[in-house]
Design a protein around this ligand. Sequence first.
Ligand SMILES: [Zn+2]
Length: 193
Amino acid sequence: MFKDKPTLKQVVGSYAFGRRFEYRVSCSSNTQFTSQCSQRSCGWVLRTWKSNRGTYWHVKAFVNEHTCERNDNYNVEFKCVSTTVIGDLFASKYCDPGRIIRHKDIISEMREQHGIHLLYNKTYRSKEHALNQVFGGPWESLQRLPSYFYVLEQGNPGIVTKIKIDSENRFKYGIIASSNLLLGWLSASMLPI
Ligand SMILES: [Zn+2]
């Protein structure tokens, strides 16, 4: 049983990715969702239906056996791997404030470890999802920023952070820099004109 349709789709995506096969959604409505192996001759299928009460989705049928040639099914393009599946893979890595993960890091890791070639746009959206998983949405992230900056400074001697708010206590910007650089910048910005 799945708590809602987004969760169901997420689980199917992660499951297929983890087992290295591509799937297609053959039916998706308000009451039914069916996914099948992308190889049309294959018997792998998951049929689900929505509960009459609540948002829950139930498994109606699950044939977890491939009759296709799995090697033929594996596609390095892996188009059906969603940004949420990729984002979930990287979310735990963003929990470490001392670690910086750039777009090109995601691209190279997906290529080297999973044989998947990501385009920048998909990488960007995957990273956004990963950050949302860890820090919540933009508003929630801003609320966590002071504690995040604090942990960052504690774990990285030489790094200083600063949060600037306006006269109405609204966030303007945040800075992460080496202590020398930031102190120099602040000194320069406070010079009388
Ligand atoms: Zn199959």
